[in-house]
Design a protein around this ligand. Structure first.
Ligand SMILES: [Fe+2]
Length: 178
């Protein structure tokens, strides 16, 4: 499967949005594969590459003009939107990466407490591949510099905004993959 061809079913190759998505996804895929090889993780490397390339496919449906997304959905729904798109293509395992990669995962309780526009269920990365892509994604932005890794301290700070349990989950991922 060629994930870039799948992206091109929804994105125009000349658009700024596609350029941002492609660079971001490649950076995340490279970091995830690097970690997998360095740590000798027992993961499906082809799947890690494909799912990392597709994890943000849903951003096209969101309202985030700063990164050239002109849809109507709140940005936090990009994971579930992407998961729907991939399920339509029969990519059920890849779809789970989409809906479980936001933040350090999102719990049913966080959704309830913060009235987030998501179904009330847990969206936590479960498989090693899901956790790895979720972790690698935290190091790259889609605004500002796309190619420079965020410093670990900055990622931690951004996790704090969503509460201490997010920090704890990120630290668990860091423990696994750093
Ligand atoms: Fe991402």
């Amino acid at each position: 499967m060629n994930p870039t061809e799948i992206l091109l079913q929804y994105y125009n190759p000349g658009d700024d949005l596609f350029a941002i998505l492609l660079i971001h996804s490649r950076m995340v895929a490279a970091k995830a594969l690097n970690i997998a090889r360095r740590k000798g993780l027992d993961v499906d490397l082809d799947f890690v590459y494909e799912a990392a390339m597709l994890h943000d496919i849903g951003i096209i449906h969101t309202d985030a003009p700063g990164i050239h997304c002109h849809g109507s959905e709140p940005y936090i729904r990009h994971g579930v939107m992407g998961a729907d798109m991939l399920r339509h293509l029969g990519l059920y395992r890849h779809a789970l990466v989409c809906e479980r990669h936001t933040g350090a995962g999102i719990t049913r309780q966080q959704i309830k407490d913060n009235s987030l526009p998501l179904d009330q269920k847990d969206y936590l990365p479960i498989s090693t591949e899901e956790k790895l892509i979720c972790y690698a994604d935290k190091y790259y932005s889609k605004s500002g510099s796309l190619i420079h890794e965020k410093p670990y301290e900055r990622i931690l700070k951004s996790m704090e905004k969503f509460g201490s349990e997010n920090v704890t989950r990120f630290l668990q991922l860091h423990e696994m993959f750093s």
